[in-house]
Design a protein. Structure first.
Length: 131
């Protein structure tokens, strides 16, 4: 009975469709003051986007621009890393999110190394499929 239940659970997981996603837009990122710098999080699009910058000032977030995205596999599984930069020396941020399966790029801005750096600075130009 346990094997049948496990097989049903695996079957359901396979039927779960991948969702189209992007890196979080600056307006969807929230910041929280830490002892040193700031911690960042976003629940849109999807949950689980996190980042930090121990050198950040409160004003840096509003001035950041999206610069690139990368799909990678780490020790704890696949993830997407999103980079943002501002004008000040320490105005930078990397947001990342883990996925159950390796996300797949779906826009023409991705190169053969699963790296996307659109000239537009728009997160919608680095769309991917993942869950």
């Amino acid at each position: 009975a346990a094997l049948v239940g496990l097989a049903a659970l695996v079957g359901c997981a396979r039927q779960h469709p991948a969702a189209v996603s992007t890196c979080p837009a600056i307006g969807a990122i929230q910041q929280q003051k830490q002892e040193q710098g700031y911690r960042y999080f976003s629940v849109a699009p999807g949950a689980g986007w996190n980042g930090e910058n121990p050198y950040a000032q409160e004003s840096y977030l509003a001035g950041l621009k999206f610069t690139s995205a990368a799909i990678r596999t780490g020790q704890n599984g696949p993830f997407v890393a999103c980079d943002y930069e501002g004008l000040e020396q320490f105005a930078f941020l990397r947001m990342s999110r883990r996925f159950f399966t390796l996300p797949q790029p779906v826009q023409p801005n991705w190169d053969d190394n699963a790296f996307c750096k659109p000239g537009s600075g728009n997160v919608a130009d680095c769309t991917f499929l993942g869950y």
